[in-house]
Structures are given as structure tokens and as C-alpha cells.
Ligand binder design. Structure first.
Ligand SMILES: Cc1cc2nc3c(=O)[nH]c(=O)nc-3n(C[C@H](O)[C@H](O)[C@H](O)COP(=O)(O)O)c2cc1C
Ligand SMILES: [Mn+2]
Length: 522
């Protein structure tokens, strides 16, 4: 059953004992982070779970009447609740169900497909006339400074909106994109728009730059496009030509959990994340038209910011304490100018913090790992399982097990992953045989390091790297490493015998089990 909105989700968390309300006064400057960070790290020693409860701050210093929600996704259990499943693999199962369709062979087959088609219809977003996000419409007297936006870490460049669903459209194809890109508050009506270079919002922006430039005297050269596209945005076409124009942008804050989660999933570029949300909640996302821009936003949003990004404006953004555990340094990004704010009465501000793992985003990342497994298998069917260990911060380390059938297959898999959407920036890929449990990092360490001849089995490549990588030779460009830790075959030039793994024989095991009490070992 889909949650209607953020409030129904909060009630569900409350009923399940997954929410703590904090009535003591707390400062949105640093204090909420310190409290949430400690709670995120609750859990048995040596493991990452269970992640502590969701927190609702009801007495935010300087913001009477406001409530701030944080850590809503911060445990495996809550991630399952958010997507209404008992195990995240259930979603993978539902994806597989739709993917396994073979073309119908006769009328009976076609009839059998009808329920599936009817179900598909439930996923598409649906436009409605109005909704709760229109309860208060502010066209003039509004200010971002009225919102309890956090300053997360001491060296942050200011306050940041950390969980906004940023909605844009491709200017040519008209296709919508929704992505979470943090927004640094500059003043009452403007904020940074931190879409990183390889993200879809940035691509929509570049598409406008290309079009704008095309309407001018000359097409930009490749070098000019590169410069314009720096940091996902661009300022001027070099040579004094200015690409004037505005890109409409809408931002939804505080939606139902399926919409918020869908905004972070690395969906293929042309897929509308509201369709994914519809699939996850098995009910269409209801959208309303914005007041001042030609975009639609979830009708149930707590807060909607409408506005535009100027095509010829960049401004320093950052520093920001990031999910790498380090600060990302100041860099140039486009600026979002607000033309209108609409919100529910007494809106609830929904946010998150990132920092040293594990934090709330670790659980979102784990959900992505589970849900995307069947989609990875579409391109790389030999993949058995994937683990993105939390300290690998998603882009630094991917461990993947494969069913190996031919020489060199591990390297084919690495190259496939480096070609797969946001996985392109994976800094280190470990490929192991299918008998290795990739979820057990201890077992992976034992087997990978035993099985490799480093010079032979490590492969370097050059290409796009994550914008948050502070060690790469250049921003967004650097080297990546793949480790082929599968057993080497004679057909791969390995002719030495390969030893068996140590295991006890079943007879001895059984004999010892039967007599276990005799030994007085508990
Ligand atoms: C809490 C949180 C904050 C994020 N902040 C940013 C950000 O500031 N910039 C960015 O490019 N991606 C950020 N991301 C990652 C994107 O949301 C993610 O890559 C998403 O898939 C992008 O969608 P897109 O492919 O439609 O661009 C963040 C993710 C989370 C969970
Ligand atoms: Mn997208």
C-alpha cells in the first residue's frame, strides 16, 4: 500500500517504533548533524545495522512551529518499509517478472498478458488539478531563509538543502528527469545547483547551452563546449559570445518515500524517475502544474521551489562535508533563482546529512544495489551477485561475482561495468568466481588476495571518475582499477595446478557434532 504523502509515512514510522520525536530545542546549525550522526552509527559493534531511528525535530532553534525530519531511510528495515517490501530482493523479483515476458504466441498468451499490462498502467504519473502543495502559494513575500535548512559540518560553505528532488526537462525531447542535487543557500531567493557533470540535470543544461549557442552566430567548438560544460554548468561561450537563456527548474522537498528514493536511483537517462516511483509504490505519482514554470511536481510535496537557472551564470559552491568522509572543495556550479514557493500549511522540512559512513545514504545505496542487480544482468548476464561495501562509498569499490565460462570474462565484466551508467566511475572493481560470497568482505579478502598475481591480474583503465574524487589527476577524469580474482584457467595461460579449498569431510563433521556435548565446550 502506497504512502499518500510524507505525513502518512511519518505516522507509519511512528506506529512501527521507528521514529523518535525530539522536543528539546536543537540548532539546525551543526547540532542536528551531531545528533543524527551519532544515531546513524548505533548498532552492534562490527556491523552496520540497525542504524538508529528516524528523527523528527519538533523544536528547531530560530524556526518556531517547524518540524525537521531526518534519517527516514537510515536502516534496512526502514528502507524496506519505505518501499513496502519485506526484502529488497522482492523488488528485483518484480523487475524480473516484467523482464521475463516473452512475446505472446497465441490469443491465450495475449489474454494472459492483460493483467500485466493493467499493472503497468498504474506506474505512469498522472496529472491532477491541485494538491496539498498548493495550500500556500507565495509569489512575492518568500525567503529561503525562513526554512530550517541545516548547516551540516563546520567547514561547510553555508546551509545546504540536502534532499531536494530536482525536476528538469530535456529541451529537445521534452523528457523529464528527477535527481537529488544538493543546493547551497546563497540568499533569500537563490541557491547553488550542484548537478555533477555526468548527471542528467547537467545534461539538460548542456543541451540548452548547445541550442542557445546554435541559435547564435556559430556552433561552439568541442573545446568551447567542454569549457561551457565545466562542473555540469557553463558560463560563457569563449570569445565573448554569451549564451543567454533560462532553464526552468522545479524542486520538491518532503514527498512520499518512493518519490524521494526514486530521485536518487541511477536510472537510465531517458527514464522518468516518477515512473520508477509509480512502479515502486504500485500507484501513480500525482503531479500538479507549477505556478511560474512549465514543469510538474508531486502534488503531495511539503514544499515546492519554482524557478530557473540562468545559462550564463556560475557561482562558487561548497565546501561541503560529503559522503566520502571528506569535504568537497569549492567549485563553480549554476545558480537556481526562485520565482515562487508553494507549500502545505505548517510544512515539514525533510532532509538528510552525509559524512563518514555509515549514514542514511548507505541504506539508500544498498537498496539501489539490490534493485539494480537484475538490470545489470541484462547487459552482463554472468553476474551472480554484487556488493558495494558501505566504506567504498558507492563509487570506490564494487565486488562482483560471476559465473565464468570463457577466458578473459572477468575483464569483459569490468569493462561492461565501466560502461554502465553511473557505474562508469567505479574506481575499483573486484571480480570473483560465483562460489565467493561477495557480501562477506572477510571471505572476499581471503580469496581475492590468495588468488591474484597482482601484475598479471590487475588492469588499469582511464576514463570518467566521480566528481567527488579528490585524488584523480584531473576533476572528473582519472584512472580506475579492475582486479581479476577469478581462478585462472589454462586457456588464460595458467598451467600450474590450482589447489582445493580446505573443508572437513562430512563424516568427521557429523561424528564430532553427535559427540559435541562430551567435549564440554558449550
Ligand atoms: C543525500 C544525497 C545527496 C546527493 N547529492 C548530490 C549532488 O549534490 N550532486 C549530484 O550530482 N548528485 C548527488 N546525489 C546523487 C544523485 O542523486 C544520483 O546520482 C542520481 O541518480 C542522479 O540522478 P540523474 O541520473 O537523474 O542525474 C546525491 C544523492 C544522495 C542520496
Ligand atoms: Mn535520471
Amino acid at each position: 500500500m502506497a504512502y499518500q504523502d510524507l505525513r502518512e509515512w511519518i505516522s507509519a514510522l511512528d506506529r512501527a517504533g521507528e521514529l523518535k520525536r525530539i522536543k528539546a530545542e536543537v540548532d539546525p546549525i551543526l547540532e542536528i548533524t551531531e545528533i543524527t550522526d551519532r544515531v546513524s552509527k548505533w548498532g552492534p559493534r562490527g556491523s552496520h545495522g540497525p542504524g538508529g531511528p528516524a528523527l523528527l525535530f519538533e523544536n528547531v532553534k530560530g524556526y518556531p512551529g517547524w518540524q525537521v525530519l531526518i534519517n527516514q531511510f537510515g536502516s534496512e528495515r526502514r528502507m524496506q518499509m519505505a518501499l513496502d517490501v519485506d526484502s529488497l530482493d522482492e523488488i528485483a523479483g518484480r523487475i524480473k517478472y516484467f523482464m521475463d515476458v516473452k512475446s505472446p504466441e497465441g490469443l491465450l498468451d495475449k489474454i494472459k498478458m492483460l493483467p500485466m499490462l493493467a499493472e503497468l498502467g498504474k506506474f505512469f504519473p498522472k496529472e491532477v488539478k491541485s494538491g496539498p502543495c498548493k495550500e500556500v502559494i507565495q509569489r512575492d513575500n518568500f525567503s529561503l531563509l525562513d526554512f530550517p535548512i541545516l548547516q551540516c559540518w563546520p567547514q561547510d560553505g553555508g546551509r545546504f538543502i540536502t534532499l531536494p528532488s530536482v525536476i528538469t526537462k530535456d529541451p529537445v525531447k521534452g523528457k523529464r528527469n528527477v535527481g537529488v542535487y544538493r543546493m547551497q543557500v546563497y540568499d533569500e531567493r537563490s541557491a547553488g545547483m550542484h548537478w555533477q557533470r555526468q548527471k542528467q540535470g547537467a545534461e539538460h543544461y548542456r543541451e540548452r547551452l548547445r541550442r542557445g549557442a546554435a541559435q547564435g552566430e556559430a556552433q561552439p567548438t568541442t573545446a568551447e563546449l567542454d569549457q561551457m560544460a565545466r562542473s555540469g554548468g557553463g558560463s560563457r561561450v569563449p570569445g565573448g559570445k554569451q549564451v543567454a537563456g533560462r532553464m526552468p527548474v522545479a524542486v520538491a522537498i518532503g514527498t512520499d518515500p518512493a518519490v524521494a528514493f526514486s530521485s536518487i536511483v541511477p536510472a537510465p537517462p531517458d527514464i522518468d524517475e516518477f515512473l520508477i516511483a509509480g512502479f515502486l509504490r504500485q500507484k501513480p505519482v500525482e503531479l500538479v502544474k507549477c505556478e511560474t514554470v512549465d514543469l510538474e511536481v508531486p502534488a503531495n510535496s511539503e514544499i515546492v521551489l519554482e524557478g530557473y537557472v540562468e545559462l550564463d551564470e556560475l557561482r562558487p559552491e561548497g565546501p561541503f562535508g560529503d559522503h566520502t568522509g571528506f569535504y568537497t572543495m569549492e567549485d563553480l556550479y549554476p545558480v537556481f533563482h526562485i520565482t515562487c514557493i508553494t507549500h502545505r500549511k505548517n510544512p515539514i522540512y525533510s532532509t538528510t546529512i552525509v559524512g563518514k559512513p555509515p549514514m542514511e545514504d548507505a541504506w539508500m545505496g544498498k537498496a539501489v544495489e539490490r534493485i539494480f542487480l537484475p538490470l545489470m544482468r541484462l547487459t552482463l548476464p554472468e553476474i551472480v551477485d554484487v556488493n558495494l561495501p558501505v566504506e567504498g562509498i558507492f563509487h570506490n569499490l564494487m565486488i562482483v561475482s560471476i559465473k565464468k565460462s570463457y577466458p578473459g570474462q572477468a575483464r569483459k565484466v569490468m569493462n561492461g561495468i565501466w560502461a554502465l551508467g553511473q557505474a562508469m566511475s567505479t574506481k575499483c572493481i573486484l571480480v570473483v568466481d560465483e562460489d565467493v560470497n561477495v557480501q562477506d568482505v572477510g571471505e572476499v579478502t581471503l580469496k581475492v588476495l590468495n588468488n591474484i598475481d597482482p601484475e598479471r591480474d590487475i588492469q588499469f583503465t582511464l576514463g570518467p571518475v566521480d566528481s567527488l574524487d579528490h585524488a584523480s589527476r584531473l576533476p572528473d577524469f582519472g584512472s580506475k582499477m579492475g582486479v581479476d580474482a577469478t581462478r585462472k584457467w589454462p586457456s588464460e595461460g595458467f598451467t600450474r595446478p590450482w589447489p582445493d579449498e580446505i573443508t572437513m569431510d562430512p563424516e568427521t563433521k557429523e561424528r564430532v557434532t553427535k559427540r559435541w556435548k562430551e567435549f564440554g565446550l558449550g
